[in-house]
Design a protein around this ligand. Structure first.
Ligand code: ASP
Length: 309
């Protein structure tokens, strides 16, 4: 059964993006918030031009998938075997449809394949080689090691493999949530996963309820950080459930703090409520973020709350 929720009136659109919870490498501490800002500006433009929340989320995430700063698309981190396996997902509130892909090799624009799964199948999640075959059959997806490999990822792999740097709590995954002028919401995410993950490991990003959620009465959310912690706390759904009577920001902060305290893992959330309240929180050293409401200038930063100048 398809559930269609039509919102009424004209709503001030909102876009919120994140560039990953964890520790951002010193050389990327300007590039990460700048990349998030650019992504939010692209999403904002879509919304102001009358585009849907789904299109705004796609525009923001595609920008960050192409930006080698981030652990998504071009710039994804490597598995223990030096391969690239990406996860991505998209969900929209209007009909509770979701599409996701998991463990797809050498894919630059996973969010576009997730969108195809949502719009062209009766499923929510396709995995591995079969997801690649699906994408190729639908003429979507840029595949190839050259599409995703970066010097940054090679250096991180080499250093972590040699034990010179930690593999855990690295940041730079990407996500976005949007509220459009019709009051509909969408959320999405794209990631190379966690550094040196076992081949076949799938994180929270393509898991509906954990990595993302969108619901007409509850809002939209996207999580980032260590997927194993996010999944066991079902963070994206849980924050919206707790905030069903309001105080989204307070609930996002409390949930991130609770999960970080319990698991010692870096975690973060971005959210928007049906009436446009924004939530941004992280239990980690950094989480680059950006947001815009209506046509106001995009605000952005490397930590939340923003560090004082
Ligand atoms: N949540 C992602 C994963 O576990 C990684 C991240 O957000 O940094 O695959």
């Amino acid at each position: 059964m398809t559930v269609v929720h039509s919102a009424v009136g004209s709503v001030e659109p909102v876009i919120v993006v994140h560039g990953g919870a964890g520790t951002v490498s010193p050389e990327l501490r300007e590039a990460a918030p700048a990349g998030a800002k650019k992504a939010a500006e692209l999403g904002q433009r879509v919304l102001l031009d009358g585009g849907s929340c789904e299109d705004a989320v796609i525009a923001a995430i595609r920008s960050m998938e192409d930006d080698p700063t981030f652990n998504a698309g071009r710039g994804s981190c490597m598995t223990r075997d030096g391969e690239f396996e990406v996860d991505a997902a998209l969900m929209r509130s209007i009909d509770l449809r979701a599409g996701a892909i998991a463990g797809v090799k050498n894919l630059r624009d996973g969010i576009l394949v997730a969108q195809k799964v949502m719009n062209e199948t009766r499923h929510c999640l396709l995995a591995g080689d079969a997801a690649e075959a699906f994408a190729r059959a639908h003429g979507v997806g840029s595949f190839g090691r050259d599409e995703v490999w970066t010097e940054k990822a090679q250096r991180r792999f080499d250093d972590a493999t040699a034990g010179k740097t930690a593999r855990d709590n690295r940041a730079d995954t990407v996500g976005a949530v949007a509220l459009d002028r019709h009051g509909h919401m969408a959320s999405g995410g794209s990631t190379g996963g966690v550094l040196l993950k076992l081949p076949g490991r799938v994180g929270d990003t393509p898991m509906i309820g954990s990595g993302l959620y969108a619901h007409p009465q509850l809002g939209a959310s996207a999580a980032t950080g260590v997927g194993e912690a996010i999944m066991t706390y079902v963070m994206s759904y849980e924050v919206l459930r707790r905030a069903r009577d309001g105080e989204l920001q307070a609930h996002a902060e409390a949930l991130c703090a609770e999960v970080q305290r319990a698991t010692r893992a870096a975690v973060g959330l971005i959210c928007v409520s049906p009436d446009g309240e924004i939530g941004i929180a992280h239990g980690s050293q950094h989480m680059s973020w950006a947001h815009a409401r209506g046509d106001s200038p995009v605000a952005f930063g490397l930590t939340w709350p923003p560090a004082a100048d």
